[in-house]
Design a protein around this ligand. Structure first.
Ligand code: NAI
Ligand code: MG
Length: 485
């Protein structure tokens, strides 16, 4: 593997790799083996100050970044996408090594991420305000301006993709960025930082500071020179991010949090197709997916047959080394995650759900979990209420449309939902009634650069992707000019 100039024991600030002020480092592991891959520089409050100062200088009036034509920002984003495609194997290798997702999935994630930069590259010179015919003898126009220094805090389940979802709109609009990757998966973020320098982004526009949440993450969110925080992660920490904003400068916040998303299968569905959609909805990325279809509601007429086929399908998953092309499920991210999944599986058994397949750890090295299917799940069970974030399918039975709408919405979350049916009336009725930010009909997890993504209720607010995500990085200025009378 060629890692070129990357220094994992340094932070990336102002287009250079620099030591953490404390010289502290933290270990990063391969979840397939539990063995250490690298020691990584650990940022704390002091480094946060330095990184935010660099991002602030890069955003200052008259800086190269502020003077740059919007179309030139687009060229830089396209160049960054080119470099990702050039280095796709290196990035995918590191992603799989550090995160445990299959190499095939990592390749797909890097390509999809490069495509997101291309989408935003085209948007840079198409952001504009309005001319407004106001009352009285005056005219008004609005401009859309970048909000300033943004802090971005991302999780470990899609390290490169989450970074791209955040950098795309931030760099498109002309903001400057300080990103804190998850402590489990900082390696590809440092590689990506280096590529922004090679692409030609000016000093200080992109800064990457690995570190822990309660130290580096909290200091970033509390910083008075940060104008916005974009966060993806748990609902628990989402609450804290809002608190940090309230305690400091009321910075703008967007939150993409957890979910317990329903996927509803009606009797009239093609059974094999429905089993396959539901399978991918929950087992993709080993279940470590914020929008995972983690409550499979199946109508009573096909329930037994569906459970049988779904259990067979889950049993076909080959668990093991994510670099092996025949393997379709690698390890979970870490020991706490493994323990949480097994605890919830236990609770399912104790609360009376029927374990059809799986439910155990695989091997003693690394953090592998056997693909698990529960039937006879009811709404009150923990496995129907809590985010498991693992390869565990919970199958619930329903009878009527009205009933399933009520039950689908009976959660504090509202990130995504799916419905599988040939009846367009049922599909539309469900899509209109369900409280979720993304609704997929006869498909699931269909996410593109063009479609806004983000939740309702405790799944957070603000959108990633699409043109809508730009709003979170922009402020509107209204200029009113009195006309001569
Ligand atoms: P987490 O929410 O603690 O971590 C996500 C990011 O937030 C990481 O970069 C972390 O360092 C940072 N962070 C943690 N505490 C912070 C603080 N006080 N201030 C600022 N930043 C902070 O999620 P964790 O612990 O990795 O996973 C726990 C559970 O959360 C998972 O089992 C899953 O249920 C859920 N989760 C949901 C994700 C999603 O995509 N919506 C992603 C990751 C986790
Ligand atoms: Mg946490």
């Amino acid at each position: 593997m060629e890692t070129g100039q990357i220094r994992y024991n340094k932070l990336f600030i102002n287009n250079e790799f620099v030591e953490a002020a404390s010289k502290q480092q933290f270990p990063v592991f391969n979840p397939s083996t539990g063995l250490k891959i690298a020691d990584v520089a650990e940022a704390d409050e002091v480094d946060v100050d330095v990184a935010v100062a660099a991002a602030k200088a890069a955003f200052s009036r008259g800086s190269p970044w502020r003077k740059m034509d919007a179309s030139a920002r687009g060229k830089l984003l396209n160049k960054l996408a080119d470099l990702m495609e050039r280095d796709i194997k290196n990035l995918a290798y590191l992603e799989t090594l550090n995160n445990g997702k299959t190499y095939k999935d990592s390749m797909a994630d890097v390509q999809a991420s490069a495509d997101i930069f291309r989408y935003y590259a085209g948007f840079c010179d198409k952001i504009h305000g309005d001319t407004i015919p106001i009352d009285g003898s005056a005219i008004s126009f609005t401009t859309k301006e970048p909000i300033g220094v943004v802090a971005q805090i991302i999780p470990w389940n899609y390290p490169i993709a989450m970074l791209t979802w955040k950098w795309g709109p931030a760099l498109c609009t002309g903001c400057t960025v300080v990103l804190k990757p998850a402590e489990q998966t900082p390696l590809t973020a440092l590689e990506m930082a280096w590529l922004t320098k090679e692409a030609g982004f000016p000093d200080g526009v992109v800064n990457v500071i690995p570190g822990y949440g309660p130290t580096a993450g909290a200091a970033l969110c509390l910083h008075d020179d940060v104008r916005k925080v974009a966060f993806t992660g748990s609902t628990e920490i989402g609450h804290k991010i809002l608190e940090y904003s309230a305690r400091s400068n009321l910075k703008k916040v967007s939150l993409e949090l957890g979910g317990k998303s329903p996927l509803v299968v009606f009797d009239d569905a093609d059974l094999d197709e429905a089993v396959e959609v539901a399978f991918n909805a929950i087992f993709a990325n080993h279940g470590q997916n914020c929008c995972a279809g983690s409550r499979t509601f199946v109508q009573s007429g096909i329930y037994e047959r569906f459970v049988r086929k779904a259990s067979e399908r889950a049993g076909q998953i080959k668990v093991g080394d994510p670099f092996d092309p025949n393997v379709t499920q690698g390890p979970q991210i870490d020991e706490p995650s493994l323990r949480k999944i097994l605890r919830l599986v236990d609770s399912g058994k104790k609360e009376g759900a029927k374990l059809e397949v799986g439910g155990v750890r695989v091997g003693e090295e690394g953090y592998f979990v056997a693909p698990t299917v529960f039937s006879e799940v009811t709404d009150g069970m923990r496995i129907a209420k809590e985010e498991i974030f693992g390869p565990v399918q919970s199958i619930l039975k329903f009878n009527t449309l009205e009933e399933v709408i009520e039950r689908a919405n009976g959660t504090t979350y509202g990130l995504a939902a799916g419905v599988i049916t040939k009846n367009v009336d049922n599909a539309l009725a469900f899509a209109r009634a369900v409280e979720a930010g993304s609704v997929w009909v006869n498909c699931y997890d269909y996410i593109t650069p063009q479609t806004p993504f983000g939740g309702f209720k405790k799944s957070g607010f603000g959108k990633d992707l699409g043109s809508e995500s730009l709003n979170d990085y922009l402020v509107t200025k209204t200029v009113t000019i009195k006309l001569p009378s």
